[in-house]
Design a binder for this molecule. Sequence first.
Ligand SMILES: [Cu+2]
Length: 117
Amino acid sequence: MRSLIALGLLITLASCGGNSSSSNPQACTEIQMQRGNVFSPNAATVKRGGCVVFKNVDTTDVHNVGKDPSKPNSVQDISVNTLSNGQSSSPIILNIAGEVDYLCQIHFGMTGKINVQ
Ligand SMILES: [Cu+2]
C-alpha cells in the first residue's frame, strides 16, 4: 500500500516536470500590434538565430508586416499576413546580425525595427 502511494507521487512529480519543460525552450520575442497603429516594442532586440512572433492585440483594426521600401539597408525582409485581434504569426527566425526594418502595409507610419545581435 505504501509503495502504491509512493508510485502515485512519483507519477505526479514526473508529469509536473514534463509540463514545465515545454516543447518550446526558446521563446520568441513577442511584438504586439497595438491600438493606435503601433508595434510594441517598436525597437526589439534579439540574439542572432532567435525569433519573433507578431501578435495583434488591437481590438479595432487588423495589421500586417512587410518590407519598408524606405529602408534599403534592412538585413532581412520579413512579412506577416494580415492578423485579426488575438491572432499571432508563425515564428520568424532572424539569422543575420544587423537591423531589420519593417512596417504595416495597411497603416502609413506604422513602422518598427528589430536589432539582431
Ligand atoms: Cu497596421
